[in-house]
Design a protein around this ligand. Sequence first.
Ligand code: MN
Length: 412
Amino acid sequence: MPFRFLRRIRRFLSDVVKQAVIQHHRKSGYVLFSDTTLRDGEQMPGATLEPDEKVRIALALEEAGVHSLDAGFPASSEADRIAIQKMVGVVKKPVLTALCRTVRGDIDAARAALDGLPGHKRGVSLFCGTSPLHRQFKLNKSESEILDIIADSVTYAREQGFEIISFAPEDASRTEMPFLCQAYQIAIEAGVTTIGFPDTVGFLTPDKARRMIRQIQDDVPNVDRVLIAVHFHNDLGLAVANTLACIEEGAHIVQCTVNGIGERAGNASMEEVAMALTLHEDQYKRKAKIDTTKFAPLCRLVAELTGIPLSPMKPIGGANIFATEAGIHQDGLLKNPDTYLPYRPELVGESGVKLVLGRHSGRTAVSHRLAEIGVQCDDNQVLGVLDGIKRLPKGTIINDDVLKGLATEVSS
Ligand code: MN
């Protein structure tokens, strides 16, 4: 009897601490980043990562300051289990979470994979399909059966010592609102710390996403005792816009991937969400809890290790984001980089603006580069070099040697 009493006291104290942490996050004025590059990102066809590569990316994400890492799905693959075990003890600051279906075996596998981490640094992310399509075709279960499964799995996760437990109704965005709210209510009653809102098939628009997040906050009892995490896919090119709309409506955690990699059209891109938040703090009233100056090397690392190259136009990480060949832009950028940029390259860890010389370049950029490489040219000679550039065959890369050659031609 006294032993059971002590256990109840301990459970009570841990709940008090947990609730204090949740309320701290809710009021902190920060949006937390939960990364799923290593799980949803790696699920992308062709993006397989070896366990050691996952650890390298996890360490880079830790340096950027992500709050939690969706480290893998241990019940689904041995490689995921190995990768998570390698992260334990090496990745120190973020919470490591393991993905689990709402079945006991998956929670057991998560517990084994995360063994060695203190309670406040390990978590489980439970998911169960709730939409009519998932209920009928995937699970063949009734609404009440699904509610029982949710309650049972959350209770089991608590019994297994998990303090950080999230529950996400898979395909939430296509689930009937009353049932969705019931699923959250059951999960909260059973003791989750976070409720997830995944737009599993990338179906929503910003207005609809915002309305659903609002309604969840209005209709689910005790929703203010948990954190709300959102997870968007980019099938309509709206993952970042949807994520931002939900932040404005009160979501606390955004689940994203570096470079937006992920299933089908990918996930919301972490660097894009973070930069939009950073540039528009007045609108969102909260800050991105992440170090944006780590983005450029992080984006390159993920592209290199996954083998999924970045489009030159990819926001933040793409090769053309701070490069321009247009004469008017080059002239403006040389006078003040802000004339033709939304933010300075240094803010995302890039060294500076790249002026690419080509047919669209103007005098200012050509004379600037010639001076940089120590070639003296007067105005007429600069015009001659520019003329030479325009006559070069299509596709010629105008490097310093080509430039020097043209300068020699016009000087002789
Ligand atoms: Mn997903």
